[in-house]
Every structure is written in structure tokens, then in C-alpha cells.
Unconditional design. Structure first.
Length: 190
């Protein structure tokens, strides 16, 4: 190995400084032979890979745009359905308000009818009570008259000292007494 280093060192001394190759620039034949495969690879890439890549990109773009169109259509349909829903909701609310108003009106009508029926029933009960009261009054007056008549006859028999046994006389006397009693002011009807 020492020999190789010595030989190389001797060769390096033999070359002048301007003729020594630049280590950063490769020889010309390496550049030519490197450009030919690069050109072939670029041509193959341009011919076969780029069209496939462009096709995939186009398909992806088409899918995205189609998805956007479908999303816009779906959004438009959703807005349309929302508008229909709102219209139906407004219609249902107005119908509910109408039903409530009708129910209130019917309730008020039923209440008025019930009040009228209650008033009629009250009037009927009062009229029946008045009739019953008048009948009882007449019955009581009749009983009082007969009682008063009997007591009058008894009193008259005691005063006169004779017996008024004749029923015709007795009823005539009682009738006269009651007629006189009816003529007295304040003793009539109360």
C-alpha cells in the first residue's frame, strides 16, 4: 500500500497545476452517458406516468366537483323542504288558533245556555214555590176561617144563651161575620 501511495504521489507531482482535472466537474464522457439514460427516463415518464397521473387528478377533481354539485342540490332540497315545513307549521298554528277560538266560542255559548237553563229552572222553581205558597195560604186562610167561624159560633152561643144548631143558620152567621171581618181595614190580605 505504501507503494501505491508513492506512485500516486509521484504522478501528482508530474502533472502541472493547469492540466489537473477539477474534482467537482466530471469528465465529458460521464456527462454524455448520464444524459442519455436521463433523457430516456424523462421520455418514459412524460409518455406513460404523467398521463396516468393527470387522469387520476382529473377523476379526483371530477369527483370533488360532482360531490359539490350533489351537496348544493341536497342543500337546495333541504331549503325547499324547510320552507314547506315552515309553511305547514304556520298553517297548523293558524288552524290550532282557529280551533281554540271555536272552542272558546262554544264554551261561552255552552256557559250562556247553562246560565239560561239555570235561570229558567230558578224561575220555574220560584213560580212553583209561589204557587205552593199561595195554595198553602189559601188552605191556611180556609182553615182559619172555619176555626174562626166555629169559635164565633161558640162565642155567640155563650153570649146569646141559645144554641145555634141549625147548620143553615150557623153558616149564614159565619158568612156574615167573615164578610164583616174582610171589610175591616188591615185585616184583609197580607
Amino acid at each position: 500500500m505504501n507503494n501505491v501511495i508513492a506512485i500516486l504521489a509521484a504522478e501528482g507531482e508530474a502533472l502541472p497545476l493547469e492540466e489537473s482535472p477539477n474534482p467537482l466537474i466530471p469528465p465529458l464522457y460521464d456527462i454524455v452517458w448520464s444524459l442519455i439514460p436521463l433523457a430516456v427516463i424523462l421520455w418514459l415518464f412524460w409518455k406513460f406516468i404523467l398521463p396516468k397521473f393527470q387522469q387520476v387528478l382529473d377523476e379526483r377533481e371530477e369527483r370533488i366537483e360532482g360531490g359539490l354539485r350533489r351537496a348544493e342540490q341536497t342543500q337546495a332540497e333541504a331549503k325547499e323542504k324547510l320552507a314547506k315545513y315552515k309553511a305547514q307549521l304556520a298553517e297548523a298554528r293558524s288552524e290550532a288558533a282557529k280551533i281554540r277560538d271555536d272552542a272558546r266560542a262554544q264554551g261561552q255559548q255552552i256557559l250562556a245556555d247553562m246560565k239560561a237553563e239555570a235561570q229558567a229552572e230558578s224561575d220555574r222553581i220560584v213560580a212553583a214555590g209561589n204557587q205552593q205558597l199561595a195554595a198553602q195560604r189559601q188552605q191556611i186562610v180556609a182553615e182559619l176561617r172555619s176555626d174562626l167561624g166555629r169559635q164565633s159560633v161558640d162565642l155567640a152561643e155563650r153570649l146569646m144563651g141559645e144554641q145555634l144548631s141549625d147548620s143553615v143558620r150557623r153558616s149564614g152567621t159565619i158568612d156574615r161575620f167573615l164578610a164583616d171581618l174582610d171589610r175591616v181595614p188591615g185585616a184583609g190580605k197580607n
